[in-house]
Design a protein around this ligand. Structure first.
Ligand SMILES: Nc1ncnc2c1ncn2[C@@H]1O[C@H](COP(=O)(O)OP(=O)(O)OP(=O)(O)O)[C@@H](O)[C@H]1O
Ligand SMILES: [Mg+2]
Length: 228
């Protein structure tokens, strides 16, 4: 299923956070979204899942219109979204978090998530709020996977994770992408660490899409930083 944004703009009051962005992410793709703080990356993902009720332009997923303001419906259509920051139910244990996330889907998928993140299995009975920051991040990712999304939108999922874990998570994402065809759209600050795991990258600058091309091409650019 293709995600397509056509001339999408978003404002917060007088501030234009996203200006006339058009972007297509085909089924099964792995795309990174880069840009400085405040460039509009989170806003872009929010528009893609319909979390900003008053955005302009049009978003479609698998041909169907993504309705601004109706995130829950879009989740059912197969878009998984891991927002920036830790988003777990802190007063519930790890396994309950996972099964709640998979409620409308297949609760049995929890075993797949445990095989990706064995630490979550070890800590299945621990309250999510008492997990370390990195472990909560893995849980948030696991919760998104429980919906077995056709496309997974990730907003800086590696922040706070140790470098060796970052590597593991990237590997897991590529593995999920290859085995299930789940498309991955990942917002990341660490360009170098991300490029090998994606095929394509886009760069946002002050709300505008200023670059869209293959990750190989971007990796070769000597003036890479000039684009930011
Ligand atoms: N709820 C809001 N109200 C007002 N302004 C906002 C709101 N959310 C974002 N903005 C502004 O919109 C711009 C884009 O924000 P956005 O969160 O999309 O950036 P970002 O690229 O995700 O940045 P970061 O890398 O820091 O997460 C910023 O200038 C930000 O201050
Ligand atoms: Mg952000």
């Amino acid at each position: 299923m293709t995600l397509s944004l056509a001339n999408v703009s978003a404002r917060y009051g007088k501030l234009t956070a996203l200006a006339d962005v058009s972007l297509e992410v085909p089924a099964g793709a792995r795309v990174a979204v880069f840009g400085h703080n405040g460039a509009g990356k989170t806003t872009l993902l929010k528009c893609a899942v319909g979390a900003l009720p008053d955005m302009q332009g049009e978003v479609r997923f698998g041909g169907e219109r993504v309705e601004p303001g109706a995130v829950y419906r879009n989740t059912r259509h197969g878009i998984g979204f891991v927002p920036q920051g830790h988003n777990v139910f802190k007063s519930l244990d790890v396994e309950r978090n996972l099964t709640i996330a998979g409620l409308l889907h297949d609760a049995g998928y929890v075993s797949e998530v445990y095989s990706l993140f064995p630490i979550l299995k070890d800590r299945r009975a621990q309250l999510a709020g008492s997990l370390s920051g990195g472990q909560q991040q893995m849980l948030a990712l696991g919760m998104a996977l429980m919906t077995q999304p056709k496309m997974l939108l990730l907003d800086e999922p590696m922040s706070g994770l140790a470098p060796v874990i970052v590597e593991n998570v990237f590997e897991s994402l590529v593995k999920i992408n290859r085995s299930t065809g789940t498309a991955i759209v990942i917002v990341e600050q660490n360009v170098k660490a991300t490029l090998p795991s994606v095929e394509r990258a886009v760069i946002l600058k002050a709300g505008r899409l200023v670059w869209d091309g293959s990750s190989d091409e971007l990796a070769k650019k000597e003036d890479l930083w000039a684009w930011f």
